[in-house]
Design a protein around this ligand. Structure first.
Ligand SMILES: Cc1cc2nc3c(=O)[nH]c(=O)nc-3n(C[C@H](O)[C@H](O)[C@H](O)COP(=O)(O)OP(=O)(O)OC[C@H]3O[C@@H](n4cnc5c(N)ncnc54)[C@H](O)[C@@H]3O)c2cc1C
Length: 383
């Protein structure tokens, strides 16, 4: 088999890379080991920043559009922040991911699902359906990545645990949550628990961005019972996976092969957001490959440089923020979560109006606003 570009993995990173390169006129083969659509464990929170990276309108696969965030910490009463706009939507990943793959196929990419990549030998991608010759290879195979391992690259500084359950509850409960997301900093050490609303159920999960979490499944079942306050519920699925966080610690390309999304270790170490960076890296990868194939760039180094810059702007600062907030949650609650000015600044991180780096710098830039933020506030005390 031959193609200009072969992309391994039809998650958001792989399908968006395939879509962009197919639109640029290249012959693209998109491989996926499972059948599309496939289930993917995920909270399914998709920020405005993420959607801005999609080169088409995915309105038909968006489930809920919450405008309120409930933040819960050990020390005080939970607070509810009325964001006043939709900063993030929710999706079911099987539909969302399949929609991007469908768009890639519409642009001319060839999707081969049920095909597993095994490794790279003599410059050829080896699969369980034979070897593929391509001028460029994209590892979009998630975490842990077989393609990264084949190249000897170790993109993520660390792999941390996350688990998510699709939970059926009374339809009245579903309706109550339709407009709200919960971030619960009591739920787990060095991380948080969440409830994200879906059209007909709730996504409830736990993640730890800096730690191991022993007994994750039991812990999650207990957490679901606790957070639903004894109401009846049914767990449709309960699946754990790793989050490759801490940013890429080295180059994310070698020769004519590059890594995107989770395979490149691109998960935000504060919130665990990965879809936005999967889509961002897809755009950057497609640009670098396009220039390389046209002979306008000698190699794929510009992609590794762009990802290193992204790491500096986003992950390095998100990591620092996470260490402070998760270690000193009570202090963060008193000094930050209840401050309207800071809440508004942080919404800018979700919408993509400001990077994590800019967020941290802006926090100190206007002390009078910071102070005023403690006293005004459309942040209503919830209970
Ligand atoms: C519990 C949990 C909750 C999360 N919640 C959120 C959230 O709310 N919002 C958010 O932004 N991020 C969230 N994330 C992170 C997010 O899921 C990932 O960052 C995102 O899926 C990365 O996309 P990707 O395309 O890089 O990888 P993936 O979505 O993992 O896609 C990789 C694809 O490659 C395929 N593949 C793997 N190996 C091979 C192979 N050898 N050959 C062929 N195909 C292969 C896989 O089947 C898969 O389809 C969460 C993660 C977890 C674990």
């Amino acid at each position: 088999m031959k193609a200009d570009v072969v992309v391994v993995g039809a998650g958001p990173a792989g399908s968006a890379t395939a879509l962009r390169l197919a639109r640029a006129g290249w012959d693209v083969l998109l491989l996926e080991r499972e059948r599309v659509p496939r289930y993917k464990v995920c909270g399914g929170g998709v920020t405005r920043k993420a959607l801005a990276e999609l080169p088409f309108d995915p309105a038909d696969v968006l489930e809920c559009a919450p405008t309120r965030a409930r933040v819960s910490v050990r020390s005080g009463t939970p607070i509810e922040i009325d964001v006043g706009e939709v900063a993030a939507w929710t999706v079911m990943r099987d539909r969302f991911d399949a929609r991007i793959a469908e768009e890639a196929v519409r642009a001319g990419a060839r999707l081969m699902d049920g095909c597993r990549a095994i490794g790279i030998r003599d410059g050829l991608l080896q699969t369980d359906h034979g070897a593929i010759h391509a001028r460029a290879i994209v590892g979009a195979d998630g975490a842990p990545s077989r393609i990264a391992a084949a190249l000897g690259l170790r993109p993520a500084a660390r792999q941390t645990p996350a688990i998510e359950a699709e939970v059926e509850v009374d339809p009245r409960r579903v309706a109550e949550w339709r407009n709200v997301v919960l971030f619960d900093f009591d739920a787990t050490p060095m991380g948080y628990g969440w409830i994200f609303p879906k059209a007909d159920h709730l996504s409830i999960g736990l993640c730890s961005l800096h730690d191991k979490l022993p007994g994750l499944r039991e812990r999650t079942r207990a957490y679901i019972a606790q957070v639903l306050s004894g109401e009846p519920f049914q767990v449709r699925s309960l699946v754990g996976h790793v989050l490759p966080v801490g940013g890429p610690v080295g180059p994310v390309h070698q020769g004519n092969v590059l890594l995107v999304g989770d395979a490149a270790g691109l998960v935000d170490p504060f919130l665990g957001e990965g879809i936005a960076y999967a889509l961002r890296s897809a755009r950057l990868a497609a640009e670098a490959i396009d220039r390389f194939l046209r002979g306008e760039a000698a190699d794929l180094t510009p992609y590794s440089v762009a990802i290193a810059e992204l790491h500096e702007r986003e992950f390095r600062w998100a990591d620092r923020l996470g260490r402070i907030v998760f270690r000193h949650t009570t202090l963060a609650d008193r000094l930050a979560f209840r401050n309207r000015y800071l809440a508004a600044l942080f919404v800018g991180v979700l919408t993509g109006d400001r990077s994590y780096r800019r967020f941290v710098l802006d926090c100190w830039r206007a002390p009078h606003r910071l102070l005023a933020g403690y006293f005004s506030l459309g942040i209503a005390s919830n209970r």
